[in-house]
Design a protein around this ligand. Structure first.
Ligand SMILES: Cc1cc2nc3c(=O)[nH]c(=O)nc-3n(C[C@H](O)[C@H](O)[C@H](O)COP(=O)(O)OP(=O)(O)OC[C@H]3O[C@@H](n4cnc5c(N)ncnc54)[C@H](O)[C@@H]3O)c2cc1C
Length: 421
């Protein structure tokens, strides 16, 4: 019976295709459906059958979270709210024809037409840009990566560990139509996961009695945590001094070997275990559309309502949007809320459209240390908010965030969650 109702919902209204089933795509699909109901026939296309809550992925490497605790089966949660789910990989977008091509699970390629398209495909993690990454690099970003890292950490008995971020290939032209102060140049797409991993390792190594046998070096392609205020960065530096960590800046990752990490300018850091966040760049599909749908880095420029500058019926949110600097889950969610509000109005449901204002919100967790550091900072964009608060409560908040994501099936109201920080 319920299926019949959903079927009715599916096949009425304007056809809205959403590509990408993480923060940006999920938030947009849920919010739009809630607001416009059967005025939109929403189909979300994701290359995986489900999604892992990314901010908790690094935790898997130290054994404080199991993969299944943070896994959402999209084929289950989306249809329950009247949203169609298709597992498939988008291979091409033809915005002039309002059409995309999708490679399905069986290898067939299907063309799908839309009235409106929402792109939330994130960014490409350019592991292939770092020589030796397959053999010697341990990425923090996806579950298959951190399971490999977990195994390596379990057999680690002391030595040199390096942690750092690859470079961010940020596009330059055409620029999105947003205030100039929203577009700082950034060498790293986001160093939050590096900072968090450096904290988590302190707790993990202590627990295993390895802290005195291990030397940890953090490197950054620019100034470390340059998205935070000078005061916050100095606090981090003194924390690293206390922990005995070495910080190396302006180190552009080039290569991993069995016992070192090498930079573009020929420097070398000793490394028995090389943990990293790969270079960040636009997806190839968009890099090929530079100057059309995308900018020269393969990111998509939009206006403040997340509408493409080139195609009026195409929206883009989250990491794929060129106005998302620094790349953060919070920005992806806010952008998606705004895009859904904007499209609701176009579909005849009058709704207030919020204004996007960038701010860094995150928690760097240290589960075995029993605390986390909550960060809220907009100094990168010319604002005056700069808070970095260590507290046991912040570890608890990250834990609650995980539960909130899972309980709601990724249908979160982050503004309400973060306003209490
Ligand atoms: C290790 C790590 C930890 C992080 N921790 C935090 C944190 O604590 N707080 C925070 O705010 N941010 C954090 N971030 C950043 C945050 O995860 C991203 O900014 C956010 O996930 C962006 O959301 P998105 O929906 O735009 O893109 P993504 O999360 O990248 O999702 C894109 C989706 O599109 C799918 N997709 C891609 N290409 C295709 C295709 N061709 N066809 C179909 N589907 C496709 C992908 O499979 C993916 O599911 C972290 C990032 C990393 C790497």
């Amino acid at each position: 019976m319920i299926n019949v109702i959903y079927k009715d919902v599916y096949f009425c209204g304007k056809k809205v295709i959403v590509i990408g089933g993480r923060f940006g795509g999920l938030t947009f699909a849920y919010n739009l459906k809630r607001t416009v109901g059967d005025k939109a026939d929403i189909e979300l296309i994701e290359k995986n059958s489900g999604t892992y809550l990314r901010p908790l992925i690094p935790h898997i490497s130290i054994g404080s979270v199991e993969p299944e605790e943070i896994y959402l089966d999209l084929s289950n949660v989306l249809p329950r709210k009247g949203i169609r789910f298709t597992q498939g990989t988008v291979k091409g977008i033809e915005p002039q024809k309002n059409s995309i091509s999708v490679e399905m699970q069986d290898g067939s390629v299907v063309r799908k037409d839309y009235d409106y398209l929402l792109i939330a495909m994130g960014a490409h993690l350019g592991k292939e840009r770092v020589a030796g990454s397959e053999q010697f690099g341990y990425s923090l970003c996806e579950v298959e990566d951190v399971l490999k890292l977990k195994e390596k950490l379990e057999s680690f008995s002391g030595g040199n560990i390096t942690i750092g971020s690859g470079i961010f290939y940020q596009g330059k032209m055409p620029k999105p139509s947003v205030p100039e102060n929203y577009l700082p140049r950034a060498e790293s797409a986001c160093e939050g996961p590096i900072f968090e991993m450096s904290l988590m390792l302190a707790g993990y190594l202590k627990r295993r009695g390895l802290e005195k046998k291990t030397k940890i070096t953090i490197y950054s392609p620019g100034e470390y945590l340059s998205d935070l205020s000078k005061e916050s960065r100095n606090t981090v530096k003194s924390l690293y001094d206390q922990l005995g960590y070495q910080l190396v800046e302006k180190f552009v990752l080039k290569e991993f070997s069995s016992d070192a990490v090498l930079s573009e300018d020929g420097r070398s850091l000793k490394s028995d275990l090389s943990i990293y966040k790969p270079p960040y760049e636009g997806h190839e599909i968009f890099r090929k559309m530079a100057g059309d749908l995308a900018d020269d880095g393969g990111f998509i420029p939009t206006d403040m309502t997340m509408v493409s500058l080139k195609y009026d019926n195409v929206y883009c949110v989250g990491d794929a949007n060129s106005a998302s600097v620094i790349k953060l889950g919070y920005s992806a969610v806010r952008m998606a809320e705004i895009a859904a509000q904007h499209l609701s109005n176009r579909l005849g449901v009058k709704t207030h459209v919020d204004t996007f204002t960038p701010i860094i919100y995150c928690i760097a967790d240290n589960p075995y240390g029993g605390f986390g550091i909550s960060v809220s900072d907009n100094t990168l964009y010319g604002g005056s908010v700069s808070k970095a608060v260590p507290s046991p409560l912040n570890h608890f908040k990250k834990e609650m965030f995980k539960k909130y994501f899972m309980w709601t099936g990724g249908d979160m109201v982050l503004e309400k969650y973060f306003s209490g920080w």
